[in-house]
Design a protein around this ligand. Sequence first.
Ligand SMILES: Cc1cc2nc3c(=O)[nH]c(=O)nc-3n(C[C@H](O)[C@H](O)[C@H](O)COP(=O)(O)OP(=O)(O)OC[C@H]3O[C@@H](n4cnc5c(N)ncnc54)[C@H](O)[C@@H]3O)c2cc1C
Length: 399
Amino acid sequence: MTALDQKTTTTFDVAIVGGGPTGSALALLLARLAPDPARVALFQSEQRTRYDRTVANDTRVIAINEGSRVLLADLNAWPSEVASIHTIHVSQRGRLGRTLIRAEDFAVPSLGHVLRYSQLHETLLEAAGQAGITLFTGEPAQAQQNGDDVIVTTGDVQTTAKLVIRADGMNHQTQSEPARSQAKETHTQVALLGVARVSRPKVGWAFERFTREGPFAVLPHPDHHGSQSIVWCCTPDRAKALLGLKPDALARAIEQTFGDRLGQFEVLSDFKGYALYQSVDPAPIQGRIVNVGNAAQTLHPVAGQGLNLGLRDVATLAHCLRDWMAQSNRDPARSLAIYANLRQYDRCVTINLTRTMSSIFTTHLPVVEHGAGLALLALDTLPALRAPLARHLMQGLRQ
Ligand SMILES: Cc1cc2nc3c(=O)[nH]c(=O)nc-3n(C[C@H](O)[C@H](O)[C@H](O)COP(=O)(O)OP(=O)(O)OC[C@H]3O[C@@H](n4cnc5c(N)ncnc54)[C@H](O)[C@@H]3O)c2cc1C
């Protein structure tokens, strides 16, 4: 690990800004391709995060699909505490229509896995340190292209790199750049996250219930004590009111929204609010600076796709940079163009699917709500409709 107070003028092949799950995973993949893993630099700062939390007090749980599990296991970064999902129950509050997605229908051992964001973050960073990657921790790093190099500044230290990947989870679009005029940063929902116990648990089941204010999910918690993770997306006003409730009153509010499928709820932890931003960078490659993961697209958590999509970004990017990593004095433009082309379809499908799922049940238009309920019913009765959706959620599109 390199201390920040140490002035350095090293030139790296690649510098990755942001050592979250996508940045660390990419660093590990590129270190395998580099002539020397130390020529890959990873800058991780906890001083500036999207949700104003340090990793240690980030209580997020993340549903990871099978494709992501294979990648993380291959990187020796599969966390020790994980809960598996074999059945997903999807319903709409106040309307008919529900669908069940079962692992056995797709001949897979599980539909996904739930893990703690903080543990995944730590495990990946530790693996990056062990792989010989040059790790900078401390103040936030900034990247600026300068001719054929990119200057990376962190505190009073400056380094250069041939290519910089921004995996810092931030939205880098500015309204002043005309080419980026599609920039959008919305915050109309808050996700409340907490842990609860239920009186009639269903092991391995995940529930997604669509309400007029946003989706409500109950997932198996990775602590192995039969507890459940609650992810309750609602309006900022409602979130504020719910956060002011005593645990018993909060449990009754959960039951009212979720129904009695799992019996009575007992709240086991403080609930924390995450303002939900959604943004898509229409041009994630600018010269020798590439945005990946949440820096390229920040999605609503409704379909559990944000990190899964980010990991597909970095797996494809590493694949496209394979030859360039061996000769990094060449221009990476062609490799990056191939990467952009390969990622276009998966990004577009996943972003649109997530947008539709996060908004279709919140229109307050009876016809749309009814139609969405019928769609759930159709999904349940017609495997030919359900299979492609479930496959996309389980695997995404990989190249
Ligand atoms: C409530 C909630 C639930 C979610 N559930 C799911 C789910 O079930 N499934 C799923 O796939 N996704 C889910 N997501 C999305 C998922 O959390 C993100 O897609 C994922 O964390 C993105 O990873 P990342 O590495 O790109 O960015 P981040 O996780 O944001 O990591 C970025 C890292 O970079 C560091 N950093 C920031 N700026 C700098 C800088 N200037 N210099 C150096 N370091 C910097 C930050 O401290 C951070 O550690 C959920 C998100 C939320 C909010």
